[in-house]
Design a protein around this ligand. Structure first.
Ligand code: PMP
Length: 404
């Protein structure tokens, strides 16, 4: 019934904080859920007290770190596998194997869901990936192949795709990817390699259009003024953004873009370039980034779906993301990853820019926990930050909250 209120004008007057306090209990199902994939999604929407109180605007965030694999990517992993099965690309318990190239959480989510569904997983990772992510992948039984960072995103010689093809050709000659034209007919005995391809695979977008987006709408009773998100593959902002716009076209969709990403300029000026171009536009796919998981310098199918519906973009610097990560720990006891911190910086910017009155709601995503990044997210590692010359300065957030 929520979804029948299409394009309804929403009165956004009074704060609903008190109403929020009693709600999370309803959000988790009290049915018995079937296996670990039953725990994916339906995450609580949590109010961020420090920022909301200081701004007088409600900053609400989807607690995606509560997914069983620890991040928003669980949703995408299960959807990519479900869709591949529906398309006849994968049959469970046939010795089939899922392949993906990723430095992010998608590998961990795929490794987890693969085994729950009767597959194995091979994850191709950059050789500088955070040690804890490597441990997580191996603990989940994934086979890990470490390569130079640049070769993960190289479209022409995508290693994950090559591995999937090679694996399949052992038992059957053709392909393997939901985004390929040629799809082989499978027999139950075919052991297949499936290249998940989160950047180009529309199942990524669909996971958010059919899942995260409707959850946000339901949890806010449609009372939401803006949705803010960074984009790595673009699946979250495209899927949630398009769903929310389909319900109420005036909901603003805003991009939080870290330093080194070309998306901010694409949204603002129509051209994708990194403002620090001279230092190398490929920074987002290389080592030494503070904000992990978001920011990109190339167009993908999921980014293409996002661009037309993005209303505004905010560039977030590394020191700002670091400051926000620390600020949240200090004031809210919330230890989130740097992409979540980046999202919240953009929420503050938006609230300030729009001069919204109290009770207006901005929704964003807490993609994963800071615990996933101890050794490398850098926003949690003083030594790294110090060596990189990035200040840990909470007054950056305080100024943002009090300034105009
Ligand atoms: N945060 C983190 C930590 C991620 O790993 C990712 C995915 N790369 C994102 C945010 C961005 O999500 P999306 O791919 O849907 O744009």
């Amino acid at each position: 019934q929520y979804f029948q209120r299409r394009r309804r004008r929403i009165a956004l007057s009074q704060s609903q904080t008190s109403e929020l306090e009693s709600r999370p209990i309803e959000l988790r199902s009290d049915e018995v859920l079937n296996g670990i994939t039953g725990l994916i999604g339906n995450t609580p929407l949590v109010r961020i007290p420090s920022l909301s109180d200081a701004l007088g605007v409600e900053i609400l965030a989807k607690a995606e770190f509560l997914n069983p694999g620890g991040s928003v990517k669980d949703r995408v992993a299960v959807r990519m596998i479900d869709d591949a099965e529906r398309q006849g690309l994968l049959h469970p318990h046939t010795g089939s194997r899922i392949f993906e190239g990723t430095s992010g959480s998608t590998g961990i989510s795929l490794a987890m869901v693969a085994h729950a569904r009767g597959y194995d997983a091979t994850i191709i990772t950059p050789d500088d990936m955070a040690a804890e992510k490597l441990h997580a992948l191996r603990s989940l039984g994934a086979e890990v192949e470490q390569v130079r960072p640049a070769s993960i995103v190289d479209k022409k010689q995508n290693i994950a795709k090559q591995r999937a093809l090679a694996f399949s050709s052992a038992s059957s000659p053709s392909v393997v990817s939901a985004v390929e034209d040629s799809i082989a007919v499978l027999t139950d005995s075919d052991a297949r390699g499936f290249f998940a391809d989160q950047f180009e695979n529309k199942s990524n977008y669909d996971a958010h259009f059919d899942g995260t987006g409707p959850e946000v709408w339901r949890q806010t009773n449609g009372n939401v003024r803006a949705f803010v998100s960074g984009a790595g593959t673009g699946g979250t902002i495209a899927g949630v953004g398009r769903f929310l716009k389909s319900m109420e076209e005036d909901i603003l969709i805003c991009l939080a873009d870290p330093e080194g990403s070309g998306l901010f300029n694409k949204v603002k000026h129509g051209v994708m370039f990194d403002h620090r171009e001279k230092e190398g536009t490929k920074r987002r796919h290389q080592v030494d980034t503070v904000v992990e998981g978001i920011g990109i310098n190339r167009l993908t199918q999921n980014i293409d779906l996002a661009l037309p519906i993005i209303d505004d973009a905010f560039r977030v610097t590394d020191p700002e993301a670091v400051a926000m990560a620390r600020y949240l720990v200090k004031h809210d006891g919330l230890f989130v990853g740097s992409s979540s911190a980046c999202n919240l910086v953009a929420c503050v910017r938006l609230a300030k820019k729009m001069r919204w009155h109290s009770g207006q709601r901005i929704v964003t995503v807490l993609c994963d926990s800071g615990a996933r990044h101890y050794s490398k997210v850098r926003s949690t590692n003083d030594e790294y930050l110090h060596a990189a010359g990035i200040p840990i300065d909470l007054s950056l957030v305080e100024d943002m909250l009090t300034g105009n």
